[in-house]
Ligand binder design. Structure first.
Ligand code: NAD
Length: 356
């Protein structure tokens, strides 16, 4: 039976970069990949079409889908809307409605782009880390939370950092499974020297690790992990961590690569259904100019093939095609390097297709 892919371009450059990623999917379809694509509005486009950022029809479509390809949401014209109608609410709604608890954030630096990083080329060239971040639990969701007045009459803010054993167990399994498909090294990041929740985290990750004898498991405190990421990031293969630590570490790791237009991401549920999207936003400053880099979105298609559609060979082909395009010196403005040839969004999409 054909797999259903919901395509949600969203706003700004989302529309332009998704068009190129869809061409890649259509090409693979013409070669025999059995997928069915359906498009729907989300974010500001959802508000324009149906008065809310996650329209009912879009929600129905994504619930039926095997995988979702998302562009980006947001734009200045929506910034004054009430909070619940803002484009970003569409994204949060998708994550919670679909139970997407595992966020996969690769930080890959193609050697051809090493000079784009703020770190020395030999420190980052060939970098390939996968950060697995728990996305639906921890301090961002824990109750109780709020701002109250204490016994001294002073205002105080409070949040709750809580993880249940099953929540830790399921994210650990995702991370071990990914490590098995990669370099078989997993570093679990916590703060077990200070936080009880991290003590439990470490214990549960170790227990799950006993079932994955081939994976070399290590543990690191989050402060040290932050230092090691900028000191010698190539020591890491897969990292797993809770929501807030992952939020911070994955952005730091992404910036090691120096090019936001190159990085894909995935958010998975318990059955490997996933939402795939570039890590960048809708870039209103360049929207409509035909200069946005579509590679993060095309690489998101590769992640979709790898993690939701079990098509590893096709995923590898896309990754390799992107590598060859970079070898040829073809560059959108955001990744321009000395001696490169500058091209636009559509030409970059076509260059990847030609290499495929
Ligand atoms: P942004 O990621 O959209 O842009 C940051 C900078 O990177 C801009 O200069 C932009 O031109 C550049 N950039 C981003 N993607 C690029 C690409 N593919 N090619 C070339 N250059 C690229 O972040 P921002 O400016 O802080 O936010 C703009 C809007 O996007 C806001 O409304 C924000 O809320 C939204 N946003 C959405 C998401 C998402 O949909 N997942 C994520 C972040 C921000």
């Amino acid at each position: 039976m054909s797999k259903k892919i919901a395509v949600l371009p969203g706003d700004g450059i989302g529309v332009e970069i998704i068009a190129e990623a869809v061409k890649v999917l259509e090409h693979l379809k013409s070669e025999g990949l059995d997928v069915e694509l359906s498009e729907a509005p989300v974010g500001g486009a959802g508000y324009d079409a149906a008065g809310k950022p996650l329209p009912d029809e879009t929600l129905a479509l994504v619930k039926q889908a095997d995988a979702i390809l998302l562009g980006a949401v947001g734009g200045p014209q929506y910034e004054n809307l009430p909070r619940e109608l803002r484009p970003e609410r569409g994204l949060l709604g998708l994550r919670s409605e679909l139970g997407l608890f595992a966020n996969l954030r690769p930080a890959i630096l193609y050697p051809q782009l090493a000079e784009a990083s703020s770190l020395k080329a030999d420190v980052v060239s060939g970098l390939d880390i996968m950060i697995v971040r728990e996305l639906t639990g921890g301090i961002y969701f824990g109750e109780p939370r709020g701002i109250r007045t204490n016994a001294n009459g002073e205002r105080e803010g409070f949040n709750t950092l809580v993880y249940s054993e099953p929540e830790i167990d399921r994210i650990a399994r995702v991370a071990f499974d990914i490590a098995m498909k990669r370099g078989k090294q997993l570093c679990s990041v916590d703060k077990a020297n200070v936080l009880e929740v991290s003590e439990l985290w470490r214990e549960v990750v170790k227990n799950v690790g006993a079932e994955y004898g081939e994976v070399e498991l290590s543990h690191m405190y989050v402060d040290n992990a932050a230092m090691q990421l900028v000191k010698w990031p190539k020591q890491f293969d897969v990292m797993v961590t809770k929501n807030m630590f992952g939020d911070i570490l994955s952005d730091a790791a992404a910036m090691l690569t120096g090019s936001i237009g190159m990085l894909p991401s995935a958010s998975l549920d318990a059955n490997s259904k996933g939402m795939y999207e570039p890590i960048h936003g809708s870039a209103p400053d360049i929207a409509g100019k035909g200069v946005a880099n579509p590679l993060a979105t095309i690489l998101s298609v590769a992640m979709m093939l790898r993690y939701s559609l079990d098509e590893t060979v096709l995923a590898d082909r896309i990754d390799a095609a992107v590598g060859r395009v970079l070898d040829k010196g073809l560059r959108t403005p955001d990744i321009m390097t000395a001696g490169g040839r500058q091209i636009g969004t559509v030409e970059m999409g076509e260059a990847v297709l030609a290499e495929l």
